[in-house]
Design a protein around this ligand. Structure first.
Ligand code: ITT
Length: 190
């Protein structure tokens, strides 16, 4: 059984691969020879997840799923949210994004935040959505080298470590992406 995961983000791909049963072969955009930068022009996470699968359906006629993720910080009224990749400007530069976030939260007491992942699954001409949320807080300096994106500044609730200080397996058990992917797998295998 094969399924396309419409992402260019190798870190996401590896995290998701760990959650899938081995008898489902995941193919990345590179595997289907799609090297295009798929536009993410919607103003919601849901909208961008749908855009990504619609692009693959239209151009490759393949069933697939896509993940769009945002970090919503309460004190910043939900920002960076859908703009998480470009928070510090175009280019998806994780270091610059984290520095801007830490600057905007300097001296702020309420540092609560959630990661939100929406998975869109395009299957037999229909689109299904699955959402996963992980609550936590933004710490004041980066810690850890694992993971990607904002992981060094996000500490999930109930943990003393950031996402970048735990393994991908541990992250997958509690993360926004892990929660959304488990719903997707249950639906896909139903
Ligand atoms: P694709 O669209 O190709 O899947 P992307 O890196 O553009 O990959 P998103 O638009 O979903 O992915 O990501 C928005 C931003 O949030 C981006 O800066 C990511 O690095 C960051 N991000 C996504 N998931 C994350 C996670 O689990 N931990 C930390 N940061 C994450």
């Amino acid at each position: 059984m094969k399924l396309v995961f419409a992402t260019h983000n190798q870190n996401k791909f590896q995290e998701v691969k760990l959650l899938f049963p081995p008898y489902i072969e995941l193919l990345s955009l590179t595997d289907i020879e799609c090297f295009d930068e798929i536009p993410e022009t919607e103003d919601t996470i849901e909208g961008n997840a749908i855009l990504k699968v619609a692009y693959v359906k239209e151009n490759y006629d393949l069933d697939c799923f896509a993940d769009d993720t945002g970090l919503e910080v309460r004190y910043l009224n939900g920002k960076p949210g859908v703009h998480s990749a470009r928070y510090a400007g175009a280019g998806n530069n994780a270091k610059a994004n984290m520095l801007k976030l830490l600057k905007n939260l300097e001296g702020v007491e309420d540092r609560s935040a959630v990661f939100k992942t929406v998975i869109a699954l395009s299957l037999k001409n229909k689109v299904h959505l699955f959402t996963g949320i992980c609550e936590g807080k933004i710490i004041s300096t980066q810690r850890g080298n694992n993971g990607f994106g904002y992981d060094p500044v996000f500490q999930p609730s109930g943990y003393n470590q950031t996402f970048a200080e735990i393994t991908s397996e541990e992250k997958g058990k509690i993360s926004h992406r892990g929660k959304a992917i488990r719903q997707l797998i249950a639906y896909f295998l139903k």
